[in-house]
Design a protein around this ligand. Sequence first.
Ligand code: ZN
Length: 383
Amino acid sequence: MSVWDDVVGQPAAVTELARAAADPAAMTHAWLFTGPPGSGRSVAARAFAAALQCPLHGCGECTACRTTMHGTHADVREVVPEGLSIGVDEMRTLVQLAARQPATGRYQILVIADADRLTERAANALLKAVEEPSEQTVFLLCAPSDHPDDVPITIRSRCRVVPLHSPPPDAIAAVLAGRDGIEPATARWAASVCGGHVGRARHLATDADARAHRERILAMPLGLRGLGDAFAAAEELDRTAKAEAADLSGTRDAAEREELAVAMGAGGVGKGVAAAARAARAAEKGLERRQKSRATRTQRDVLDLALIDLAGFFRDVLLAGCAAHVALTSPDRAADVHRAARQWTPESALQRLEAVLACREALDRNVKPLIALEAMLTVLQQG
Ligand SMILES: [Zn+2]
């Protein structure tokens, strides 16, 4: 067992990281993990953090390894943006903490899971720290790419880039069957349809609702008989995304509200109660704002998964139409893919694919989801 077991299908990156963890001369204080969603950027960053703290450089079993992997190591902090972006105040606090001496570990490590979601001011606060790091501080940034749209050049130029790739299906199937104990045939199927996303493969292999939802989405392109179907499908996508987001955040929201109420001494009497009540109301407003932003992001992420499935389907149709010998995104829908390729002209398949991509962009620009989905599904229906 080692900390690298969860880093699926990335032999080159693992070799480089393991070497740097074991040899201080090969070490750098700022790293940028890049790769498509699902390639395991934050998993690789966390494994590296564990290897840096571990006296045996990543045994996977000692306290340093286990606490880092569980997110409880005192000298490893991880920022996972819960809203749509990471703000400057949060970043300043984290940068200050990262400049301290390590309490127990060898380094103070700050992992930034979605560095592409830093606000400009937060990025500037981070840049100052990356430019003048304290001796034992290590920054591990994760982003989809090292393009200036994702990471400012000023930060990028001070980081060593570790490029990750979508892991191949057989590597994913091996992990699901071996480590998660999933039945091999299910593991192979999930690995073949997950688009190189290990977490998604695991979710599909273990959750019947997720499988059913995927089925309904992939049945949409050929199931839209008229505009009525298109609007109904848009409504269903919007509703299920909202429900799933509410499901994911509901319990957390309630727990957070309760914690805040306790911290603010809800229900107290005596002097200063009015001032305390005002402060409590302000804190409550702040919490509500953060929770709302998180819910919007979760809903958007859920919708994005559906859109990626749809885009994959239309890509498959285009490839089938020109008889390209390329692996399908959804090999289990091959019959539908070939039927659609016979039914639609390549131009019409391309228009549908573009409508899906335009919908993703619209959601990114904060267009109301139902409106963006209706626009997309109208094109999917008419071609
Ligand atoms: Zn260890």
